[in-house]
Design a binder for this molecule. Sequence first.
Ligand SMILES: Cc1cc2nc3c(=O)[nH]c(=O)nc-3n(C[C@H](O)[C@H](O)[C@H](O)COP(=O)(O)O)c2cc1C
Length: 367
Amino acid sequence: MTDTEEVRRDDRYATHEKFASLRGIHAAAKQNLSAGVWNYMHCGTGDEVTARANIAKFDDYLFEAPLFAGISNPDTKTTVLGYDLSFPAFTAPFGGGETLFHPDGMLAVGRAAQAGGIRQMVPVAAGHSLEDVRAASEAAVIFQMTFCGEENHVIDMIHRAKDAGYEYICATYSPIRQWRERMMEDRFSMPGAGKPSNFGPGKSDQAMMRELLDFTKPRWDWATAARVIRESPLPCIVKGVTSRSGARAALKAGAMGLYVSNYGGRTIDREPAAITTLADVRDEAGRDVPIIFDSGIRRGSDIATALALGADAVALGRACALGLAADGQAGVERVLDLLQDEFWTTLGHLGCSTVADLSPDVFQTRP
Ligand SMILES: Cc1cc2nc3c(=O)[nH]c(=O)nc-3n(C[C@H](O)[C@H](O)[C@H](O)COP(=O)(O)O)c2cc1C
């Protein structure tokens, strides 16, 4: 047993000066943000059916805690994409306004990820440049790149990310703008302080920014994506996979990993809750393809559920955004601590010594 594990077991309910639980972080974040920025963080699209279902559906996966098989000292560590993680999580790429949650934005998230022993996914739309985020912490290893506009501009940006020290690309796609009614009702427009800073002064960067925002242009097809994945100097994970056919297409296009996600219900409403799609994607991909899951992770027990259904790790979106809004880097660190500790407790009760012991057998009922 390491020293850290000893402390965690003996000192599990030690009171934290500011936040005893994730509920406290949620409350502090709400207090710190204007109603408009709070809605920007939490909104889904349309009636927000998918955003709600992402969270609610976890309640349909019910564990069976075995009798006299509990583990007193489970190990939450794992290795994913070659990274040793203190528990199976990455911070999700959330950008295009994250500096409204806290001015340090992705810098704070990366530093917290490093302190927590996990890794960070950095969005192209971050309020800080990809170089600055990478310089802020060693945790910044995956760069989220929107696949749109001129292929050579996308390739240029991937080269730039590689030069800065990123090791993977997370490819995303959005064909058209999103229908976010809370933001429409708030007449929300991004203040200058929230704007992305990865675009310019390079000519192709500026052109890319225009293309990102120009929804009159046709978007990419799989053949275009496959060409760019092939040419990319960094290995690529495709985000937004929620079906067997999506998994097949992404792997055929050259993805080395899959990222099961519906973007927290922020792209289109009435897609299924992401957690209900995970087992099929794992089945289609086979055992060896790395799979990251997000959309609805709020608790350590959610992490256990996602791993039992086939994910290798989860990504933390709003969970980290709340920590950022509550108390900057320290708030995100506290979120990671609480999630890791609750995950540790869940493993122990389920009789799992390691994350590899999580399987569908841990469920008493599931949809
Ligand atoms: C405020 C906000 C901004 C986001 N921006 C991005 C982005 O720039 N790129 C991206 O790939 N996903 C983005 N996402 C989606 C997250 O990466 C992640 O998929 C989502 O938050 C997961 O759902 P959850 O927050 O309910 O767990 C954003 C999410 C939020 C909440």
